[in-house]
Design a binder for this molecule. Structure first.
Ligand SMILES: Cc1cc2nc3c(=O)[nH]c(=O)nc-3n(C[C@H](O)[C@H](O)[C@H](O)COP(=O)(O)OP(=O)(O)OC[C@H]3O[C@@H](n4cnc5c(N)ncnc54)[C@H](O)[C@@H]3O)c2cc1C
Length: 436
């Protein structure tokens, strides 16, 4: 730790998505120690759930895994996964952060990551990571390339915790790492600067209760489509309807579901939906050559480098049908999903008898973001996104000296912008350390 007098030149990054990872690597490479706190068992964030990424259509894991591995092996990065910030005290140069290390019921010091426990676990419950389309085990890692590659037990899915039976994982573990008695514990970290990079969630079905979302099984959200399309997902990458496993021949994608709707939902634009919907429709066409993809849109926002070309390619070369207008109703009819809408360019009503519907639901702040903001003393906007000190000129600083923000925790962003934002906050931390 570089420590000049009382100013602690050591940073904490909260949130191990691509933004938190990028900031941690930058600060670590500058020679400062970083404590990276991630609430899930492993790092990677939402990018772990993606199949391919726009605008290049390269495999998300191929881009992400080298970064997660680098983070896991970095001599200056201390990973505290399955952990959450409990309390923050102090000021720039001298923060004391109490971190809750959640009980994994596995002794990670002993665990060698062999995977036997997951293989043999008899419990099979809908997997949150796969957006409830596939089954997961009670003892699990988030992905085969998880960093760290250590499992946790979810007590609400585990037969031992629920019925006091089973203990299969304990029996098969070759190193005796299962510990059903493990408790949450607390550690204290002293740091001089903090970056909050806790990312986003999609608007849940409890909030967006339209279009059959959460009721019709073949009406899914964008992250569910990513899982369907992923080789590591519930269908090993084949696009199949969740309800019956059939290949959907007509798929309707609907943008701005819950975004840009000030009267009922969020007034803001979620920024990535135009692009990821085009990506989804293109990936669908790559796999289901005789399938038809329709996209309902309000207008198309493709302002990144190469983004407009990406969309045009989908329209011109892959036969994706864009319909400008809103959908009024979606209902089930004899195994099909009927979509009623209006094409505002022709003024005609549209009715599509679809096999599957994919909703680009609004990006909103992470559930616990407001609580974390209170602990940190930083401001949030009307929706709960972290607020920057000044919109144009201080986009990564906050109202508290020594606390910075990065990625989608500040507002919706694509990966390139989340990384650039994280790079900026990391350089602010280095600047702060250099001054003292
Ligand atoms: C369906 C879909 C498809 C997309 N496709 C693309 C694409 O093709 N190309 C592209 O450029 N972008 C795409 N994006 C956008 C991309 O997902 C984001 O830009 C990126 O994930 C942002 O990274 P982040 O680190 O800011 O947030 P996240 O990825 O959300 O990471 C945040 C991390 O913080 C952790 N965390 C949350 N709360 C806490 C807490 N209290 N304490 C500790 N840790 C916490 C989370 O578990 C998570 O690991 C897509 C988005 C969606 C929804």
């Amino acid at each position: 730790m570089k420590n000049n007098g009382r100013f602690i030149k050591r940073a904490m990054v909260i949130g191990g998505g691509i933004a938190g990872i990028s900031a941690s690597i930058d600060i670590g490479n500058a020679g400062y120690e970083v404590v990276l706190v991630e609430k899930l068992p492993s790092i990677g964030g939402r990018m772990l759930q993606l199949s391919e990424t726009f605008p290049t259509l390269d495999c998300a894991q191929c881009t992400l895994t080298p970064k997660t591995v680098e983070t896991g092996q970095h001599p200056h990065i201390k990973l505290l996964t399955y952990s959450e910030v409990d309390e923050v005290k102090g000021k720039a140069g001298d923060f004391t952060v109490r971190v809750r290390r959640k009980a994994a019921y596995v002794d990670w010091e002993k665990c060698n990551g062999c995977g036997l426990c997951q293989e043999k676990c008899p419990s099979k419950k809908p997997s949150e990571f796969d957006r409830a389309m596939g089954l997961g085990k009670a003892i699990y890692t988030l992905s085969p390339q998880a960093v760290p590659n250590k499992p946790v037990i979810n007590p609400s899915n585990c037969r031992y915790f629920l019925e006091k039976k089973c203990r299969v994982c304990e029996k098969v573990c070759p190193v005796g790492a299962i510990d059903y008695e493990q408790q949450d514990r607390f550690v204290e970290e002293k740091v001089g600067a903090i970056i909050a990079a806790v990312g986003f969630d999609l608007m849940p079905k409890e909030t967006f209760g339209e279009y059959g979302y959460g009721v019709i099984p073949d009406v899914i959200d964008g992250l569910a489509f990513e899982r369907l399309n992923s080789a590591s997902g519930p269908t090993t990458g084949e696009i199949k309807r969740p309800s019956d496993g059939n290949i959907p021949k007509e798929v309707v994608f609907i943008q701005c579901t819950g975004s840009r709707d000030p009267e009922r939902y969020m007034p803001y634009c979620s920024r990535v939906c135009c692009m990821y919907t085009a990506k989804h429709a293109r990936l669908y066409k790559h796999k289901v050559h005789d399938g038809q993809a329709y996209i309902f849109y309000m207008d198309i926002r493709s302002t990144g480098k190469g983004y407009e070309e990406f969309i045009q390619q989908g329209m011109e070369e892959e036969g994706i049908l864009y319909l400008r207008g809103r959908v009024s109703r979606i209902f089930r009819d004899d195994g099909k999903i009927v979509v009623w809408g209006v094409d505002t360019l022709t003024g005609k009503k549209v009715e599509i008898s679809a096999d599957m519907v994919v909703l680009a639901t609004a990006i909103q702040p992470q559930g616990e973001a407001k609580g974390l903001a209170q602990k940190l003393g930083i401001n949030t906007d009307d929706y709960g996104f972290f607020t920057e000190a000044e919109r144009k000129l201080r986009p990564v600083e906050t109202n508290i000296e020594g606390i910075y923000i990065a990625g989608c925790a500040q507002g919706p962003k694509d990966i390139a912008d989340a990384v650039a934002h994280a790079n900026a906050s990391a350089s602010k931390v280095q600047g702060l350390f250099a001054k003292h």
